[in-house]
Design a protein around this ligand. Structure first.
Ligand code: PRT
Ligand code: MG
Length: 213
C-alpha cells in the first residue's frame, strides 16, 4: 500500500491533475466527506488528509510514504529525513514582509532599533532579518497574521502573499519579498527503498506532468 499525505484546499486541488497524470483518481471529495483516509481507483494507493504543517511529520515518520507540502512549511519543519525529489510548481505564492500603510518601514529598519515581527514562519523570518542585521522581537502566531499590525501587536508581519488582496483589504502593504514559494513532493527515504518499484514510476509520472513556467 502506498499512502500519500495531502492537506485540504489548494494543495489537494492542485495535486489532483498530477495524480491524474499518474493514473490515480481520488474517489471521495474532501470538501464533502468526513473521512480522513480516501480510497483511489488504485487499490494499492490511498490518500490521507492532514494539516498542511503535519505533512512533513507524517512522511518523516512513515505514517505516509509521500506527501505534498509548501516550501514554506518544509523550511519551518526542517526537512530532516525527507527526500525532496520534485518542485511541483503548484500552490505558488511568495513570503513577504508587510506593514501598515502608514508605517515607515525603511526608517524602522535603518535605525537599528528593534522591529516587532508577528508570523507563523519564525524560521524564515529569523534568517531573513538576521541577514539584514535587523534586531527582531518575534511574536509567534498561528493565523490571521494581518491583524497583528492593526492591533499594535507587531510592527510588521511575515506572511504568504498570493494576489495581495488580503493585505489590501486590511490596509497593509508588502514592503519586501523574502522568497518565492511552491509546493514540493516529499518522500520517506525508507519507503523509497522498500517500495521503489511502485514509487519510482509514480514520481516519474508526476515529474512528466509538472507545468513548466
Ligand atoms: O490553513 P492551515 O492553518 O490548516 O494551514 P496552512 O495555512 O499552512 O495551509 P493552506 O492549505 O492554507 O496552505 C497550504 C500551502 O499553500 C501553504 O503552505 C503555501 O505554501 C501555499 N499557498 C499558496 C498559500 C497561498 N498561496 C496563500 N495565498 N498559503 C496561504 N495563502 C494565504 C495568504 O497568507 C493570505 O492570508 O491566503 C490568503 C489569501 O492570499 P491573497 O494574497 O491572495 O489575498
Ligand atoms: Mg491557511
Amino acid at each position: 500500500m502506498i499512502t500519500l499525505a495531502l492537506s485540504k484546499g489548494r494543495i489537494f486541488d492542485e495535486t489532483l491533475p498530477l495524480l491524474k497524470a499518474a493514473g490515480i483518481e481520488v474517489l471521495d471529495d474532501p470538501e464533502t466527506t468526513r473521512k480522513l483516509m480516501l480510497a483511489t481507483n488504485r487499490p494499492d494507493v490511498r490518500v490521507v488528509l492532514v494539516r498542511a504543517s503535519d505533512v512533513p511529520t507524517y512522511v518523516e515518520y512513515g505514517g505516509a510514504d509521500l506527501g505534498v507540502v509548501g516550501k514554506d512549511t518544509l523550511i519551518e519543519h526542517g526537512g530532516q529525513g525527507l527526500y525532496q525529489p520534485l518542485d511541483l510548481n503548484i500552490a505558488k505564492c511568495r513570503v513577504s514582509v508587510a506593514v501598515r500603510d502608514d508605517f515607515d518601514y525603511a526608517t524602522a529598519v535603518r535605525s537599528g532599533s528593534r522591529l516587532r515581527v508577528a508570523t507563523k514562519y519564525t524560521a524564515i523570518a529569523r534568517t531573513f532579518f538576521a541577514e539584514k542585521g535587523v534586531h527582531v522581537d518575534m511574536v509567534k502566531l498561528y493565523g490571521s497574521m494581518e491583524l497583528a499590525p492593526l492591533t499594535g501587536l507587531a510592527d510588521a508581519i511575515v506572511d504568504m502573499v498570493s494576489t495581495g488582496n488580503t493585505l489590501k483589504a486590511n490596509h497593509l502593504v508588502e514592503v519586501e519579498r523574502i522568497m518565492d514559494i511552491s509546493a514540493r513532493l516529499v518522500v520517506n527515504q525508507a519507503a523509497l527503498k522498500l517500495k521503489g518499484a511502485v514509487l519510482r514510476p509514480m514520481l516519474e509520472a508526476f515529474a512528466g506532468a509538472v507545468r513548466k513556467d
